[in-house]
Ligand binder design. Structure first.
Ligand code: TSJ
Length: 676
């Protein structure tokens, strides 16, 4: 019925922003640093949409001196005409009502992106900002409106003339909503670089104009410009920078009735597979049907090619999907009208039709490429055959290892201090760097459900090692046996002995290195454990701060400073000592307990100690701060984290020396913070 439809539409359009401020997590996932960054992505995604619709070529983002963020594009400008149902300018409706986005878009924009928040809209950003200003450059005029916490503080007005066209949005995140309002250049760069690859030809620039930059951001120049004429083909080239490549990236695209398919791929001599997929510019970390279609197609196409040229003999077995994925780097980007995102983190594309769409396109275009490039074709098949032979050798090695009982049925390693509970769902395994920290952890733990495995030294260079060699390494063997899941083709995730695996390393370069190495190992050999949410990183405190009987632990410099602020002490007035040293507080650094009648103000000494390593904490401290489920903070490792570790690892450990040297030089200043 027409009346009902009208009413329903009106209700939807008029929905206010109160619920967003009441339950921000429902709209942006969380109010931690991740949620904070979503604000930027959400605004930028609108400009990306405009670029993908073919109306915008430049997008600039500025982290302003005062902590605000501004985003400007040279698109058509958000419409400003009065919206019929609300009698308000479209600009105001877009920025002050929920789900108003897209209602003004006509149909030419094709597939909407709206990546970060899966399309909840720019009004959510407005609601969560203490202040927002919008400028629209359109028809020779500048239109302006400002808002506070999502509410207009003025009617939209014309403010002068301009030759420009486009949209400018400036917002200041609300400190009442977010735990922390400091942006990370690293996070913003990663995301925007990816968006620039996916939107070929657009220029995205990021300016860091803040007075105070977070320590980790100091390794970055203040201005970045991303512009990739090559699109995802340049992305593949970038992923393979430090690897030994076979030919140049292969690229193709095709518009099908089910959606648009674009693929870039390149083989390398590495043993690892690196395939990244996207749907409507959203990274599908859990894969989905488009990825399944891609994998099916490369297996089929390469086998067919190898057979037709007699490289694979009649009596020889087909190459397996694993064989053709070894050393493969690829980016798959699809665009479709109604993407369904499924899975635990909504990172899996659920549209079944995309399997056939991608499979058909890749079958056709890849076989055409191989026909036209026989020399590259031969090299690719040779690489896949090498993988197949290695697989058979590894199988033989594994069989013999199993016969000798190296893994299966083998007793738990002696250095593992196991827990008494045998229910995996209750149990935790702490992988601890070094024997002394391992000792503290063993004494400090709750032995009922916490097991400790100390690892010594640098484990192994997994980039260059094969499965059979890895099994021979004692540290790795101990870890694998402790996990209980086997490895390679005998992997059985259901046999996992601990449902929380915690990497606990020092907050220094060596610790970061071991952590990167372990993350890489899990990323490459046990991605299921990361996907399943079993892998964590412990967060030991960086500082112990005490004043009289009041003891606090700080896990970051920000936290340390806020404790001192709470106590009315300026950070510059204190000197931080390493654990063990005595600290004499300077005059004025001490705290006053508050004036008591007739008594002199009581002064307590404030003392800050910095922990250099886990080994410096005694068992009780380690339990209290880092291992006690009631108090501890642990980071759950995501595929994204692990993938980044893998990239760092490949650069640091890979067989090619030149890029490693470059990496170490360009990051030398930041190495003490080397982080995933
Ligand atoms: F929404 C927003 F405020 F977050 C925002 C929107 C932020 C930024 C930086 C840019 C944009 C934006 C929106 N850039 N370009 C557009 N384009 C439109 O909204 C637009 C313009 C014209 C037409 C038309 O049919 O004429 C349609 C649309 C959707």
């Amino acid at each position: 019925m027409a009346t009902n439809k009208y009413t329903a539409e009106q209700i939807q359009v008029l929905e206010g922003l109160e619920p967003v401020r009441k339950r921000p997590g429902m709209y942006i996932g969380s109010t931690d640093t991740r949620g904070l960054h979503h604000l930027v992505y959400e605004i930028v995604d609108n400009a990306i949409d405009e670029a993908m619709a073919g109306h915008c070529t430049e997008i600039s983002i500025t982290l302003e001196a005062d902590g605000a963020v501004s985003v400007e594009d040279n698109g058509r400008g958000i419409p400003v005409d009065v919206h019929p149902t609300t009698k308000r300018p479209a600009l105001e409706v877009v920025l002050t009502t929920l789900h108003a986005g897209g209602k003004f878009g006509g149909d030419d924009s094709g597939y909407k992106v709206s990546g970060g928040l899966h399309g909840v809209g720019s009004s959510v950003v407005n609601a969560l900002s203490i202040h927002m200003r919008a400028e629209v450059y359109r028809d020779g005029n500048v239109y302006v409106q400002e808002y506070k916490r999502g509410k207009p503080t003025m009617d939209m007005k014309k403010e002068g003339k301009t030759q420009k066209h486009g949209t400018f949005i400036r917002f200041m995140p609300d400190e009442e909503i977010f735990d922390d309002v400091i942006f990370s250049m690293d996070m913003i760069l990663t995301r925007l670089r990816q968006q620039a690859y996916l939107t070929r030809g657009v220029t995205i620039s990021i300016m860091d104009a803040r007075k105070q930059r977070p320590e980790l951001d100091l390794v970055h120049p203040r201005l970045y410009r991303f512009h990739f004429e090559g699109g995802i083909s340049a992305y593949v080239a970038h992923l393979n920078e430090s690897k030994e490549r076979i030919g140049t990236p292969i690229w193709f695209e095709k518009d099908t009735s089910d959606g648009f398919v674009e693929v870039a791929l390149q083989y390398t001599q590495s043993f690892q597979e690196h395939v990244v997929s996207f749907a409507n510019n959203i990274h599908t970390a859990e894969g989905g049907h488009h990825l399944t279609g891609f994998k099916a197609a490369i297996t089929r196409t390469i086998n067919a090619y190898a057979r037709s040229y007699g490289i694979l003999k009649e009596k020889e077995e087909n190459l397996t999907a694993d064989d053709v994925r070894e050393g493969l780097t690829a980016v798959i980007a699809v665009r479709l009208r109604e993407p369904q995102f499924e899975g635990q983190t909504k990172g899996k594309l659920g549209n079944a039709e995309m399997k056939t769409a991608v499979e058909t396109v890749v079958n056709e275009k890849l076989s055409q490429y191989l026909e036209e490039h026989p020399s590259e074709g031969k090299d690719i098949v040779a690489k896949c055959l090498l993988a197949a032979r290695a697989r058979m050798a590894a199988r033989a090695a594994r069989d013999s290892v199993i016969r000798k009982g190296a893994l299966e049925g083998m007793t738990l390693p002696g250095k593992l201090a196991d827990c008494s509970n045998k229910d995996p769902a209750q149990c935790e395994l702490y992988i601890v760097e070094g024997d002394s920290a391992g000792g503290s952890a063993k004494q400090g733990r709750n032995r009922e459900f916490q097991a400790i495995l100390p690892l010594r030294g640098k484990i192994l260079n997994v980039e260059q090692a094969r499965l059979d060699k890895m099994l021979a390494n004692n540290e790795i063997k101990a870890l694998i046996i402790a996990l209980g899941v086997g490895i390679g083709e005998v992997k059985e995730i259901a046999k996992l002995r601990y449902h929380r695996i915690v990497i606990m390393t020092d907050a220094d370069v060596d610790g970061a290195h071991i952590r990167t190495l372990l993350l890489t190992l899990f990323f490459r050999y046990y991605p299921e454990l990361i996907d399943g949410g079993y892998l964590y990183i412990a967060q030991p405190p960086l500082y112990k701060i005490h004043r009289g009987k009041d003891i606090r632990y700080a896990f970051s410099d920000t936290e340390k400073e806020s404790t001192l602020k709470e106590w009315g002490i300026k950070a510059e007035e204190l000197e931080v000592t390493d654990v063990g040293d005595e600290q004499a507080p300077e005059e004025g650094a001490a705290d006053e307990e508050g004036p008591k009648k007739g008594a002199k103000p009581k002064v307590a000494r404030v003392n800050i100690q910095r922990y250099k390593g886990l080994g410096e904490m005694n068992p009780e401290q380690l339990w209290d701060t880092t291992m006690d489920p009631e108090n501890r903070i642990m980071l759950k490792v995501t595929m994204d984290d692990a993938e980044k570790a893998d990239a760092v690892f490949t650069t640091l450990m890979g067989s090619e020396v030149a890029p490693r040297r470059k990496f170490i030089q360009t990051h030398a200043k930041g190495v003490k913070n080397l982080d995933i």
